[in-house]
Ligand binder design. Sequence first.
Ligand code: PCA
Length: 187
Amino acid sequence: MGAEEKNRTLIFTYGTLKRGFPNHGLIEDLIPTGDAIFLGVYRTVERYPLVCGPFRVPFLINLSGHGDRVRGELYAVTAKGLERMDELEGISRGHYERLPIEISPDEEAAANGTDKRIAVTGGVEAYYAHRSYGEELWRSNGEKGFCRYSEKVASGYIRRSERPQNVSFLEQIQLFCSSSPRVNVTD
Ligand code: PCA
């Protein structure tokens, strides 16, 4: 089957899967076989919290109207590509959840000529922080987010292989949330 005949899912990446970031190798593996195609730089239509959790791992939180419009890269991936991405993002382990998102071309990137300006009408998905901890992570970050996962924001990122192996990722998230300073609002 030719690459153009495959059913594809549109994935908006905002974190370590982007070009130049630590998990982009996965996408680079998929590009030669046509299992991933770069479509351009986009921004979310709505505002969303983009925060870092443990190990400077980025999380988009499904709380539209908070944070900023977030910048990322759009890819069209085949079922095989999607399976690899879902595995990396721990979909079956409750790390991230893949849900719809609305995006539009990033004007700045379009002006630089890097954006193919493909009309994306819908059916785009992104990996959000799982609902089991999303809101807590937002509060732990003092409800302050970023508009993109830049090199500066990502600095201090620790790869999976270099993290403590005896504590699960979800436990690390809980530890991160419970050790973050929090302003207690009492009424
Ligand atoms: N990888 C996915 C979700 C968060 C992450 O680091 C991405 O880049 O969109």
